[in-house]
Design a protein around this ligand. Structure first.
Ligand code: ADP
Length: 481
């Protein structure tokens, strides 16, 4: 049973227009145990329309508040998230499965966006431009876009919500949020804390339920001016198509196929640690998790031996148990995909160095796995595995590996390890990715722009650039002066 310091954070209703409404229908369970945690409403088009209309009514008054007032409410939300970090982490591990230390880390990461944009709210500066016309001035102002919709995934149940909503709320936008069906409880708890922080009614609404129906309203209702989505590429493409009919702004954080390259001149021990972090965070279920490890000929065997040795030590189990670093995958379907990828690789000649099968705990647990001798013909190369499997390729030259790394429609995160300064610049610039970790595997921070190129998405979240999605630029020409 889930034990919380503040049991009122466990919600089984949605929040629309200042009220908690709906009755629990859809089951939310614990992927580690199968235990039912709660039931949440199955809302559809009508409730989503009501939420959009509430957000629309709330927009003007919210946008008219001073930046400082909005900033103070955001800051209070940040304080409340951090004051309830442990409860939020417990809810997250229960519904999502990630180890509790990672869940605590995600709550702090989620809160960091709220804090950052509470500060930025006061700095949404415009500009004046020297006018080419007589007796006139050109003024450029930034105004909030209006009602925004956010659809979020289950792998970061808290951070994907705050990373989308905080800059928008700071700018004066209002929101309707749809969390993933696997992890609505963290999202509902975050909204409860937002309400306590003082967001006026209608500013922040949340609906759970029928994704297709909710998505259709979010992408077609004329009042919605921006839709932000983090999730799979096919769904992102669909939402972009749907949003075209009313020419909404879209922000998309989609799939990745992250390469992790280790050159002969790398610090091998640092690269092993980096590979562990880049691959096994959240059991390999993040869009920036490396999907392909390329190791240069000269250090290949040393790297694989050390890496497999470290992976073999990883403790698997329920994320609440002390020492566990690998929890369950989100559901059995996810495990089946991993099994399919490993079976395909082995059938095509890859060698299992460690792991390679479902864990003795069964159901949703899979052994942390390293496979070597991987080639580009295999499924693991071309699809995101989204699980704890590290496929290792051997390469010879810099040119060859850069070409292999770029040979994908995706372009979110890439990593490489090298001590050669010239190579560091060359390779970083050649990689067709939105984010590149050089001798470092931890990219996530609220102060830097997160996002991808090619089919990995549009727009950036976090940093000053994360505000761009939520403001329209207005040019005013003042004549007759
Ligand atoms: P995953 O396969 O990792 O679950 P999805 O892209 O399917 O990734 O899910 C990400 C989010 O998108 C979830 O909140 C999910 O409910 C939502 N979603 C899935 N299909 C649609 C759709 N057709 N319209 C709107 N939202 C959708």
């Amino acid at each position: 049973m889930l034990k919380l310091n503040d049991p009122s954070l466990l919600k089984s209703q949605c929040h629309v227009d200042g009220a908690w409404i709906g009755e629990g229908v859809d089951v939310v369970d614990n992927p580690a145990t199968g235990e039912v945690l709660a039931k949440v409403p199955r809302f559809g088009a009508d409730e989503t329309t009501a939420a959009v209309e509430a957000a629309s009514r709330a927009f003007k008054p919210w946008a008219k508040k001073s930046a400082k007032e909005r900033s103070q409410i955001l800051r209070k939300w940040f304080d409340l998230i951090m004051a309830n970090q442990e409860d939020l982490a417990q809810i997250m591990t229960a519904e999502q499965g990630k180890p509790i230390t990672e869940a605590r880390g995600e709550v702090a990461y989620a809160a960091s966006f709220v804090e950052f944009y509470a500060e930025e709210a006061k700095r949404i500066y415009g500009e004046t431009i020297p006018s080419p016309f007589p007796n006139s001035r050109i003024i450029v102002a930034k105004q909030p876009v209006g009602v925004c919709a956010a659809i979020t995934p289950w792998n970061f149940p808290a951070a994907m919500i705050t990373r989308k909503c905080s800059p928008g709320l700071a700018a004066g936008c209002t929101f309707v949020v749809k969390p993933a069906p696997d992890t609505p409880l963290t999202a509902l708890a975050l909204i409860e804390l937002a309400i306590r922080a003082g967001f006026p009614k209608g500013v922040l609404n949340i609906v759970t339920g029928d994704a297709v129906a909710i998505g259709k309203v979010m992408t077609s209702h004329p009042a919605v001016r921006f839709i932000g989505f983090t999730g799979s590429t096919p769904v992102g493409k669909l939402l972009m198509q749907q949003a075209a009919s009313t020419v909404k702004k879209v922000g998309l954080e989609l799939g990745g196929n992250a390469p992790f390259i280790v050159f002969d001149d790398a610090d091998v021990d640092a690269a092993v640690q980096g590979a562990i972090a880049a691959k096994f965070r959240n059991m390999g279920q993040t869009c920036v998790c490396t999907n392909r490890l390329f190791v240069q000929d000269g250090i290949h065997d040393e790297f694989v031996a050390k890496f497999a040795g470290e992976v073999a030590k990883m403790k698997v189990g329920n994320g609440t148990e002390i020492g566990v670093v690998q929890g369950p995958l989100i559901n059995e379907r996810a495990v089946e995909k991993v099994e399919r990828h490993v079976a395909d690789a082995v059938a095509n000649g890859a060698k299992v160095m460690v792991g390679g099968k479902r864990h003795a705990l069964g159901r949703t647990f899979y052994e942390p796995t390293v496979i070597s001798g991987v080639t580009t013909k295999m499924l693991v190369t071309n699809e995101e595995t989204f699980g704890p499997v590290a496929p290792v390729y051997r390469f010879k030259t810099e040119e060859e590996v850069v070409a292999m790394a770029n040979d994908t429609p995706f372009g979110l995160a890439a990593y490489f390890y090298s001590k050669d300064l010239g190579r560091a610049f060359r390779v970083a610039e050649e990689l067709e990715y939105g984010m590149v970790g050089i001798n470092s595997a931890m990219l996530g921070t609220e102060v830097a722009p997160f996002g991808g190129v090619k089919e990995s998405g549009l727009g950036r979240e976090g940093s000053l650039h994360g505000m761009d999605e939520f403001v329209e630029i207005k040019y005013m020409l003042m004549g007759g002066l």
